[in-house]
Ligand binder design. Structure first.
Ligand SMILES: Nc1ncnc2c1ncn2[C@@H]1O[C@H](COP(=O)(O)OP(=O)(O)OP(=O)(O)O)[C@@H](O)[C@H]1O
Ligand SMILES: [Mg+2]
Length: 361
């Protein structure tokens, strides 16, 4: 006879490769039902963006089918994102994870990564917000073709919703030709308002697009925004890598875990000859990750459709979801979400936060 014990014993042999524990002791198996020769259950993962969800589902199904008497297995994938908030602010308590996208240097593709990362997380089924913290040069409204202005209700700003994301940006509040002369303390105040006075509601992930550099604005945010983890964007040139190191050290100083480094504009695939061209020296992002002992989140190629998508308000993950480059952003989202789950699990066990060593993905 098929029993729950038999099924659970079998599922105990399935391990989550990131959390290094079996899916039963992790509490992933829910609503187990045995109906004659049919076994069904929910597999509740720590994020809908889990990069190995299909592999886990397949392994469960394959192993259970080996139990005598089982003819049919139904694994229903679900997810409940775990919260990872470093120093909870009351106003942010409904936001489970805050991800800062940063770089030491300007123009490396932070906003592009932030937008496509947010969209990829959202497409996986997560509830996602996007906060443009670049007060001086907000680019999110253009990248997502947002023309609406946020409304205020009960003294709270309601973020604008577009492509499934809840968005707030200075670009939605200031007029286009108004001079931007914010000083340091004002910037800090505005960012505090974006966090405290915006009605974000329940979010699995809030992605923050940081302004370039490692100055006051970045430091204030890193200290006050309860950031769960930071993603550092770099390009392969040595100058950018130098700045990436600086950015990384800033987060480490204020005890914000670095989820990893992403190398943008890594290489170019020629549409004429389909060959991969390394325009810059190869492997810089990976080298820096290894040197500083943080995860490497992958490479994003140079692709004119990315720039065009940004200019036209139709980001590549939305415009060409099946393209190789959209897949690179989706992989990035999976890695970021998985690394947050790892940190959350470690926080639960009160062990020191440590992410796996840099590896080429
Ligand atoms: N992978 C890519 N392929 C082609 N173009 C890209 C890629 N990533 C970013 N770009 C383009 O590079 C330019 C700079 O990108 P983006 O605005 O995202 O950088 P940033 O780091 O946010 O800049 P800033 O420091 O000014 O905020 C944009 O025109 C963008 O469309
Ligand atoms: Mg930007």
């Amino acid at each position: 006879m098929i029993t729950s014990e038999k099924i659970l014993d079998c599922l105990k042999t399935v391990n989550d490769p990131d959390l290094h524990r079996d899916i039963v002791s992790l509490g992933f198996v829910k609503n187990l039902k045995i109906d004659g020769e049919k076994v069904s259950f929910d597999l509740e993962l720590t994020t809908p963006a889990c990069p190995v969800k299909d592999l886990l589902k397949e392994e469960c199904s394959r192993k259970i089918k080996q139990i005598k008497g089982v003819k049919e297995v139904l694994v229903n994938l679900t997810a409940k994102v775990r919260p990872l908030v470093q120093t909870p602010l009351d106003t942010l308590k409904e936001i489970k994870n805050i991800i800062a996208v940063a770089s030491g240097k300007g123009g490396v593709g932070k906003s592009t990564v932030a937008v496509n990362l947010a969209l990829a997380l959202s497409k996986s089924g997560a509830k996602v917000g996007l906060m443009d913290a670049d007060i001086y040069g907000p680019s999110i409204p253009m990248m997502l073709a947002v023309q609406e202005r946020p409304v205020v209700e009960n003294q709270k700003v309601i973020p604008v919703e577009k492509m499934g994301l809840k968005i707030i940006s200075m670009g939605m509040l200031a007029t286009e030709d108004a001079p931007v002369i914010w000083r340091g303390p004002m910037v800090a105040g505005i960012l505090q308002q974006f966090l405290g006075q915006v009605e974000w509601g329940v979010l699995d992930y809030l992605v923050i697009d940081l302004p370039p550099g490692t100055g006051d604005a970045q430091l204030t945010l890193a200290q006050k925004a309860s950031i769960s983890g930071a993603v550092i964007v770099t390009t392969p040139q040595d100058v950018a890598l130098l700045d990436a190191r600086r950015g990384l050290k800033m987060f480490q100083q204020v005890n914000v875990p670095v989820l990893g480094i992403i190398e943008n504009m890594s290489y170019f695939i020629c549409d004429q000859c389909s060959k991969r061209h390394e325009i810059f020296r190869q492997g810089g992002g990976l080298r820096v990750s290894q040197e500083l002992n943080v995860p490497f989140l992958g490479e994003i190629p140079l692709d004119s459709r990315v720039a065009l998508g940004g200019d036209q308000g139709n980001p590549i993950v939305q415009a060409f979801p099946d393209s190789e480059i959209a897949k690179a952003y989706t992989n990035l989202a999976g890695r970021v979400a998985a690394n947050l789950s790892i940190l959350s699990e470690q926080q639960k066990k009160h062990s020191s936060s440590q992410l796996p060593q840099a590896q080429k993905s």
